[in-house]
Design a protein around this ligand. Structure first.
Ligand SMILES: C[S@@+](CC[C@H](N)C(=O)[O-])C[C@H]1O[C@@H](n2cnc3c(N)ncnc32)[C@H](O)[C@@H]1O
Length: 243
């Protein structure tokens, strides 16, 4: 995983900024029936998305492990952000109306433990909304994607089938899904090469030093090296805690 304390300074500018955050927040809220009461955004990062979940009558909290990311989130959400591990959330059992996790589970080999923890803190009838199959969304059939396809991990941490199965073991039933556009996430060959070199795709691609070097050289041969390819569309699942 990237070092998010280091990543914090460039995070908002490189992850689609407000347009991506707005489309993500809108899709999350569309899956929460009558958003009111409390919502915890797990792995809230800089709070770019969390801030856009705020509504009159809905109190939004954020949890993240990275102090660098939380520094930015605190500026957006104030004292409602707390440093913590999403596998041990600092919230009581059955205490929250909704929990969201945007772009989190794909990073974590022990994603099932996070799903269990989100189920624990949700009240009966509450909703957990999470991105699934995040890395697969980057496969937009461009020339860049064709080059990286052979290196993709076969079993994603956030595979929808895996998350749905684990969720059901913890009393969460799948009730809906939505999609949102990853504005600014369609990569040019040059940007992809830079991201491969700095380990951005550690959870998505199986690369060693040699194969990374070969891939970077092949990316450099593609036409229009600075032109971004199509934006990915990400998938969210809604899971309701049984009453
Ligand atoms: C890709 S960012 C997503 C941030 C935000 N949800 C967004 O969509 O902009 C992933 C975030 O998960 C956080 N994270 C990773 N592992 C974590 C863990 N075990 N507990 C809490 N947060 C974690 C990272 O610090 C980072 O801020």
């Amino acid at each position: 995983m990237l070092d998010y304390d280091v990543e914090a300074a460039r995070y908002d500018a490189t992850r689609g900024g407000v347009p991506r955050a707005r489309s993500a927040a809108r899709a999350v809220l569309a899956l929460v029936p009558e958003p009111a009461g409390t919502l915890l955004d797990v792995g809230c990062g800089t709070g770019l998305v969390s801030e856009r979940l705020m509504r009159p009558g809905l109190r939004v909290f954020g949890v993240d492990a990275s102090s660098g990311m939380l520094g930015a989130a605190a500026g957006r959400l104030g004292p409602a952000v707390v440093q913590g591990d999403c596998r041990r959330l600092p919230f009581a059992d059955d205490s929250l109306d909704a929990v969201s996790a945007v772009w989190l589970l794909h990073l974590l080999p022990d994603a099932p433990a996070v799903v269990a923890e989100c189920a624990r803190v949700l009240r009966p009838g509450g909703t957990f909304v999470t991105t699934v199959d995040k890395d697969a969304a980057h496969d937009v059939h461009s020339d860049v994607d064709r080059l990286i396809a052979p290196f993709r991990v076969r079993r994603a941490n956030d595979a929808a089938s895996r998350i749905t199965a684990v969720a059901s073991e913890h009393g969460l039933r799948r009730v809906g899904e939505a999609r949102f556009t990853g504005h600014g996430q369609g990569r040019s060959p040059a940007r992809m090469a830079g991201d491969v070199q700095r380990g951005y795709f550690a959870s998505a691609l199986l690369l060693d030093e040699e194969t990374s070097g070969t891939l970077v050289k092949e990316l450099a041969l593609l036409p229009d090296p600075e032109v971004p390819r199509g934006d990915p569309v990400y998938r969210l699942l809604a899971l309701r805690k049984e009453s």
